[in-house]
Design a protein around this ligand. Sequence first.
Ligand SMILES: Nc1nc2c(c(=O)[nH]1)N[C@@H](CNc1ccc(C(=O)N[C@@H](CCC(=O)N[C@@H](CCC(=O)N[C@@H](CCC(=O)O)C(=O)O)C(=O)O)C(=O)O)cc1)CN2
Ligand SMILES: [Zn+2]
Length: 763
Amino acid sequence: MSTIKSSNLGYPRIGENREWKRALESFWNGNISEEELIEKTDEIRLNNLKKQKEQGIDLIPVGDFSLYDHVLDTSATFGIVPERYNYTGGKVDVDTYFAIARGVDDAIASEMTKWFNTNYHYIVPELNNAKPTLVENRALYFYKEAKEKLGIDGKSVILGPITYLQLSKGYEDSEFDQLVDTFTPLYVQILQELAEAGATWVQIDEPIFATNISEDVLAATQKVYETFTKEVPGINLIFQTYFEKVSNYEAIVNLPVKAIGLDFVHGDSLELLKTYGFPKDKVLAAGIVDGRNVWRANLEEKLTVLETIKQFVKEDQLIVQPSSSLLHVPVTKTLEQKIDPVILGGLSFADEKLQEIVILTKGLQEGRTAVEANIKQATEELNNLQATYRSNDQVRKDIANLTAEDAVRHLPFAERIKLQDERFNLPLLPTTSIGSLPQTPEVRSTRTKWRKGEITDQQYEQFVNDNIKRWIEIQEELDIDVLVHGEFERNDMVEYFGEKFNGFSVTEYGWVQSYGSRCVKPPLIFGDVSWDKPITVKESVFAQSYTERPVKGMLTGPVTILNWSFVHDTTPRYDIMKQIALALQKEIEALEENGIKIVQVDEPALREGLPLDHAKWDEYLEASAYAFRLATATAEADTQIHTHMCYSNFEDIFDCIDALDADVISIETSRSHGELVSTFEDNTYTKEIGLGVYDIHSPRIPAVEEIKQNIHRALQTIPPKQFWVNPDCGLKTRKEDETIAALKVMVQAAKEAREEQVALQNK
Ligand SMILES: Nc1nc2c(c(=O)[nH]1)N[C@@H](CNc1ccc(C(=O)N[C@@H](CCC(=O)N[C@@H](CCC(=O)N[C@@H](CCC(=O)O)C(=O)O)C(=O)O)C(=O)O)cc1)CN2
Ligand SMILES: [Zn+2]
């Protein structure tokens, strides 16, 4: 009997029909009790486990489920709760847990940021003064639950100490080793309790090793894992990495653990394996099926790779698994009714990927003939898919003929801004918002009715227009300087464009968690992208017709559309980015022709798309800046181009931001409590900037003084002439009354700050 095992790294939490989202939101809205929330989420979790068991997965992950986020769960495990929540020790209760994630009246939420290069967001642990103790062994609870309720001897999944600490804030680099020493015994305790309960496999997620890490961190890692193995010899530890090849291959594979998990889809791990080999005393957990994309695996090719990998390990010391947790793909494709059957045939969501894992494990174990029929089917479906690729000769020609000058605006910024100032005549510290306004249940459900054919196109259009008009009036009443139409017609800033451009397809149920209960439905790119008619002109022009103030046209940029779609690898990614840019260029021209003279091109995904491997940075940043400039290059000099980014570490991409050559950029900063401001200190950034002055991901209404403080802090490094006042991000997730109340405070704060500045200038 051979011992090659099939495994999974993590399963989507949200349920086939987003039951998880509904349960959470019902609880937050006070419609269900805590017991009901627990009951519903228990059911979802157990159902997820049952499905994996039925699929025939050998090592089923347990403890990967969460009520919000697994990094926050890790903080809760160790009682790491920032002081402002008045936590007094012991198990972190549900209310405190959600308070950290979402904020409460008297305490702002913890910062939320991107999980590596994904569109998933985690809650950043704040270690300041924390006294970590093991207040709740969650891993143990979930291990026992799966065993007792379903007879599953699960593989516990825990976030490793090195990654956890590297993702935390509130300490100095010099304190890192000390912190590692503090956490090590707590992890040992978790592992010991798991061992006592009978656990044999534990997956310790350490994705930080897919980024470039220092020798010091590596040394600390060596020490930690030596201790784990020494203290808990009875458990098989899997040191799990994903999203890229590891940056210190030889050191990593020689860590004193039973198994090493590597990503064989992103980054060239196979090359490393061939060059440096693999220790004969270890198990290699091979991430072979793409956990980040939705296309069917080419089983033939995957088996060839696995057979190569197998030559480097001792007799069947192999685990076959997805490249990462399946958190990043939708649950099942079986619900899709409307999509082109050929495209459906080429898709593979979480459940289908697990089938692929099981087939590949069998093929590797028993030989190809054992899975011949599966291989044949995969090959056929993929060939059919390839045959339907919608190529566009004109677009290909346009891309091939592009030059550097095609991505340069008519005049330099210094000249443009004079014309724009003349045209718009805005006050000092102008106010604006980021685009979307509340997508109330009414907005969402009216769109759903329209999609189901329960209301006519005309009724839907009327409904959208009514909202636009009402909100233009509200914004005027609030005395905001640059208005937005509110994006009421959009389900999502990327999916909406995916529905309109050529080259995309959309799914009905392909939901993926983005943060907390919020999900996205990334469109599929399987064809050359092109534009044939205006997409956003109607709503923008309608909004502009009700006001003398400028209304911003609102588009999503090429980098973000690419990064937040599921893209097939038929065409090189950077070519598709240029295709999207050319399509957007036509849309901007159409907006200008219709009198819209401020256009915002959002790029919130620019930073997260930065490759984990530094060696790939330059190419990415250059391609991204080029695509953005290409999209905006033909705009008249007096058309003001805005861009927006949220949740980002900007130090790494500062030059790229400058290279976008946008006239105005608005960026998130309020949850990072002003840390970004210092980035501008040493830079001579001459263009205009709006720093988010309050957090829109929290229902909490900010105070005037708080916002003024944020403005003051920014004005220490940014000249007032360059500074805009705006919220952190779009307002679609907020309720209407919250939004109006918060904007009112923001405008008030801006006016007070403006008066101070004018007084200073008149002195
Ligand atoms: N793609 C993307 N990524 C992003 C962002 C973003 O805006 N888009 N923002 C940042 C933060 N992430 C976010 C991700 C999602 C949402 C969000 O609001 N998502 C919505 C879903 C949006 C959507 O597509 N809604 C559809 C479907 C509406 C729906 O749920 N309909 C119900 C019925 C509605 C009813 O009857 O009440 C149903 O189908 O069951 C629509 O509006 O048309 C949600 O989870 O609630 C917000 C921020 C970073 N990443
Ligand atoms: Zn944003």
